[in-house]
Design a protein around this ligand. Sequence first.
Ligand code: FAD
Length: 448
Amino acid sequence: MTPISRILVVGGGNVGMFVALRLQRRLRRELREGRVAITVADLDSYMTYQSFLPEAAAGNLEPRHVVVSLRKVLTRCKILSGRICDIDLAGKSARFEPPEGPRQVIDYDYLVFCPGSITKTLPIPGLAEHGIGFKTVEEAIHLRNHILGKLDLAASTSDPEVRARALTFVFVGAGFAGVEALAELEDMTADACRYFHGINRDSMRWMLIEASDRILPEVGMSMGEWAADELRKRGVDVRLNTRVKSVEHDVVVLDDGESFPCETLVWTAGVKANPLVQHLPQGDRGRVATSAELLIEGTDYAFAAGDSAAVPDLTQPGQFCPPNAQHAVRQGARLADNLVARIRGRKLTPYRHKNAGSVASLGLHQGVANVYGLQVRGFPAWFMHRTYHLTRMPTFNRKARILMDWTLALFFKREVVALGALARPREEFEYAIRTEEAGSNPRPPANR
Ligand SMILES: Cc1cc2nc3c(=O)[nH]c(=O)nc-3n(C[C@H](O)[C@H](O)[C@H](O)COP(=O)(O)OP(=O)(O)OC[C@H]3O[C@@H](n4cnc5c(N)ncnc54)[C@H](O)[C@@H]3O)c2cc1C
């Protein structure tokens, strides 16, 4: 029997996974009877809880515990791992590209568009070659190994220039992602350096570069100032009203003329809507234009939410919801309910949520929060941050594993091993093969 309602969810992230979870619960009977079919397409087969990436990078959490397998939780949906590369809104179809093999056309009756955002970059010389973002669990794992690898290098070299370059860490952009990632990783190295001969907190140079005059705008002016002071007390060089001009040949040049050698530049200077929006009507900040009911402009069958959607903020007329997890998760729930209402021929409900404020972690036992106008800092804010995100983390399984990670960390010190060779797993084997060839004596892999 042909299903009468084919739902295609583009992106299985914060919005997409929550939408699909709610749909498979609310449409259980229709799914069983084959009257509804849900397909979720995502680049990965897992949803990443991005707010925990800084803790995963710092080694407080096992990286696998901050992602949720779509196949495990969406058992009544069809999961496609690959890229949606084209959306035909009027023709109700999308083109899907698996990692290998031919492209497929997916026809749908209802579309849920939530591919999120991508890092916003600038045409800065050397940035593409030397910078790295901080949006994925792979980037978090890489950064941890990379930074610990730089401590290994600095503790092993006799060249002061190599050492200075290895121990300089620059983060550009002082929103949630940049500040939390820097604070957690700085905290990790301060803890780890006791195991690296000749390195202490003062030997490292941590820099936070921000083009505007404040950091963490999400928590308000005074909490942002407090956070900047706190980082400065820890020795972080917080530069406001400053831009990076170039990052060529492992030298960072700032717009005030200063330049210094550096091998680690993390770019977290904002996000922009996923490029897939080019196939759809666009609204505020290049995001797809939606009504308050989360319908894409001009349709009554295609919905959008999250970072890639410009959803009107009904609590502030004329404004649009900012791209954050707080809205993403709530919009996901509203979207799923509206989609069910559409299928059942009922009235849709507008999305309305008044921003509750924000919490941010600044490393172990430090944080800032501004929740419903209540400003909190230090340990209570850090505790609020952990508690809030733990309650938001999907599935009991992941909540339990995260709680276990934190509990174990009370009794054991963090791991300080750099597994940089993870990115080159065949190197050792290739070396062995080369030594067999005509008795040659090739250069061994970098990690041998
Ligand atoms: C480090 C970091 C920390 C953060 N901390 C906070 C915080 O403390 N509080 C807060 O409110 N917000 C925070 N955010 C922001 C928050 O995580 C996002 O706003 C939220 O995840 C947006 O949800 P989304 O579903 O729109 O996008 P995502 O969760 O990013 O999901 C998009 C999904 O679409 C998939 N996708 C992309 N392109 C395609 C394609 N072409 N085809 C198929 N699939 C595709 C992606 O693989 C991804 O799984 C943080 C973000 C980062 C990076």
